[in-house]
Design a binder for this molecule. Structure first.
Ligand code: MG
Length: 324
């Protein structure tokens, strides 16, 4: 095919460019609102295993972990520049920010959760529980009272690729760390491998992924009622992931639950969105297994997806919750 206006030769049957609306976005329910004239963009690539994306609205950048490469990366929204944010990162995994804007990071290799102060110092928030070393913290969220809730499945001590092989000293628990008292409590101990976690906008619910399918367990998201410093209930919220799995989870302003998807049918790779009642309302299809996601952009309406070797972004007609 030849375009007479430009003189360019185009391959038959496949014109370059993107057609709106993007066919890689599936709307299953009107509660899932895509942006008609927006497509999925691959904004950065060349990593081994991208995880833990966190958006800095004040700095206009995305930071994430590239776990096997033992580094954290940064992408600048204004010009797309990608550079190393921190190396070595102690095989960091999940990241978030607290209410003061400080970066909170899970480290596989040092088996701890850290906080990066505004002057750049990295301080240890927790590396032991009950006198024993944590396994390898995976993902983290901060509540409005400043408490740090995190999961400790131990993938970082399973082998030498995402950390270093070591013995488990503790069960794969979910913890709440109260920084005012300096004490931690195990808030859930009945997971095979607890992974991503996210509060509902009113903090009455806490969604926690069990990625135990990697070790003969389930692949689902559970929903707990938050009762002060404790969790109650824990019913299965979404369970239609097999033979694939989910890993990271975030919530938007309306309480919809967004989670990563991969490791199964390649046609299902990407991100899923569930309404608060558990209905699957939309899918974002990616060409790679997706581990984690976060909302960002100046208006919190841009979804960033950490998917294997790449970072993808998509503008939506929906906003992420204030909690990163
Ligand atoms: Mg994870």
């Amino acid at each position: 095919m030849r375009d007479d206006s430009t003189g360019l030769s185009l391959p038959l049957g496949h014109l370059p460019g993107t057609r709106y609306p993007d066919a890689n976005i599936t709307v299953l329910d009107k509660r899932f609102r895509r942006q008609g004239n927006a497509a999925i963009e691959r904004v950065a690539t060349g990593f081994r295993w991208a995880e833990g994306p966190v958006y800095f609205r004040d700095l206009g950048c995305l930071v994430w972990s590239d776990i096997p490469n033992n580094r954290m990366m940064r992408w600048l929204e204004d010009d797309g520049h990608v550079s190393v944010f921190r190396a070595p990162s102690n095989y960091s995994n999940g990241n978030t920010r607290d209410r003061q804007g400080r970066l909170i990071t899970c480290e596989h290799d040092m088996r701890r959760v850290t906080r990066t102060e505004l002057d750049g110092r990295v301080i240890v928030l927790i590396d032991r529980f009950d006198g024993k070393r944590l396994n390898a913290p995976n993902d983290v969220v901060v509540a409005s009272d400043g408490a740090i809730w995190f999961t400790d499945p131990g993938y970082g001590i399973d082998g030498e690729y995402e950390g270093h092989k070591a013995e488990f000293e503790l069960p794969a628990n979910v913890y709440r760390l109260d920084l005012r008292t300096g004490t931690a409590q195990a808030v859930a101990g009945d997971f095979v491998r607890p992974n991503g976690l996210a509060f509902s906008p009113d903090e009455r619910r806490l969604y926690i992924v069990d990625s135990g399918a990697t070790h003969g367990g389930p692949a689902h998201i559970r929903c707990f009622d938050v009762s002060g410093t404790r969790l109650r209930g824990g019913r299965v919220f979404a369970e239609d992931f097999a033979p694939g799995m989910t890993d990271g989870v975030r919530v938007d302003m309306e309480g919809n639950v967004w989670c990563s998807m991969g490791w199964g049918d390649p046609a299902e790779d990407g991100v899923r969105c569930y309404a608060p009642d558990g209905t699957l309302i939309g899918k974002v299809h990616l060409p790679e297994t997706c581990a984690n996601l976060c909302f960002g952009g100046r208006k919190r309406n841009r979804l960033f997806m950490a998917a294997s070797t790449s970072i993808y972004a998509l503008y939506l007609d929906m906003e992420g919750a204030m909690v990163p």
